[in-house]
Design a protein around this ligand. Structure first.
Ligand code: TYM
Length: 331
């Protein structure tokens, strides 16, 4: 039997944080044996907020190199750039015709982003429909993402179900796959807000490519509380966040971390977290530097990935067009 499909994407809209790493990227490579995985750099999503063209090009290649640095193998996974596969926008148009504006208006990410724009463009509102097209084009079963994408995956399921019931079963209904700990890494300065690359306070986030001293400094300065007790609970959100970061890098559980540090102060825990992050990121950073320098190697990978993705995407798109009633065209 064919392997089930895993699909995920990351926007090249800035440097990636350890939130992106813990919530998504670090979980990608282990899925490669059991599933047919597709990992995309979603450049068309990134332009829903204004991007500098040179920076967008750089960020796109950075993410491709990070995919490889985190262990993605182009022999196993399909690694490609979204704008190289036109079927995404083609399916997205069709899905737009069965998605209600009310539902799009309720998306929390849309609301958050719209608040920050002077003028709200249609692309920002339709963002989740393009995301649904990404996922549904490949008959995806599982989508490894952080918790912030749950609402988008639910919308994707709704859209798929609507199409399937209006025409006939066409799309696989995908499921979210979020990590047990670290599905929502919080800001180091405000542990009630998600860690994000768009945070104006750079002490709030750690970038995957931050150097060791910067990582240590940011963790040392992170906001905790005045309880003075090491515990894993919602009432101590700063500490909870640090414990989850430690768990993600050390592959351990919050209970074990509390047990290990219960007789120590916050300073000792922070130092241990910093060392875990520095150690965990070192090999990724080293491989990134090697891979990022090899422009031709990268180009071969994304070209080959796009061709393989197009083949799969075309199959679904042709089915969709036929069911809708479009006249087939063969070139
Ligand atoms: P993006 O580029 O914002 O984020 C990439 C991935 O990182 C996760 N993430 C986090 N996880 C835990 N804690 C955080 N603080 C944190 N911040 C970000 C995100 O959940 C995501 O998994 N819409 C997607 C991109 C996308 C996509 C898709 C994903 C487009 N098409 C199809 C899956 C399938 C996004 O904005 O990711």
């Amino acid at each position: 039997m064919d392997k089930k499909i895993v699909y995920s994407g990351i926007q090249p809209s800035g440097s990636l944080t350890i939130g992106n790493y813990i919530g998504a990227l670090s979980n990608f490579s282990e899925l490669q044996e059991e599933y047919q995985c597709l990992y995309c750099v979603v450049d068309m999503h990134a332009i829903t907020v204004q991007q500098d063209p040179a920076q967008l090009r750089k960020n796109t290649l950075d993410i491709l190199a990070l995919y490889l640095a985190c262990g993605l193998d182009p022999e196993k996974s399909i690694i490609y750039i979204q704008s190289h596969v036109p079927q995404h926008t083609q399916l997205s148009w069709v899905l737009n015709t069965i998605t209600s504006i009310g539902q799009l208006n309720r998306m929390t990410q849309f609301k958050d982003k719209a608040e920050k724009q002077k003028e709200i463009y249609a692309g920002l509102l339709n963002y989740p429909v393009l995301m649904a097209a990404d996922i549904l084009l490949y008959q995806t079963s599982l989508v490894p993402v952080g918790e912030d994408q749950r609402q988008h995956i639910e919308l994707t399921r709704d859209i798929a179900e609507r199409f399937n019931s209006r025409y006939s079963p066409t799309f696989e209904i995908p499921e979210i796959m979020a990590p047990k700990v670290g599905a929502r890494v919080m800001s180091l300065q405000n542990p009630k807000a998600k860690m994000s690359k768009s945070d104006p306070d750079e002490n709030g986030y750690i970038l995957i490519l931050d150097d060791p001293d910067t990582i240590r400094r940011k963790i040392k300065r992170s906001v905790t509380d005045s309880e003075g007790v090491i515990a894993y609970r919602d009432e101590q959100p700063g500490l909870k966040n640090l414990i989850e970061m430690y768990c993600a890098f050390k592959k351990t559980t919050p209970e074990e971390v509390v047990e290990e540090f219960k007789d120590q102060g916050y300073g000792a825990l922070k130092e241990a977290v910093a060392e875990a992050v520095v150690e965990g990121l070192a090999p990724v950073q080293e491989r990134f530097r090697e891979i990022r320098g090899d422009k031709e190697g990268l180009e071969k990978i994304y070209q080959d990935g796009a061709l393989r993705a197009q083949k799969m995407a075309n199959k679904t798109l042709r089915k969709v067009y036929k069911k809708i009633g479009f006249i087939p065209f063969s070139s």
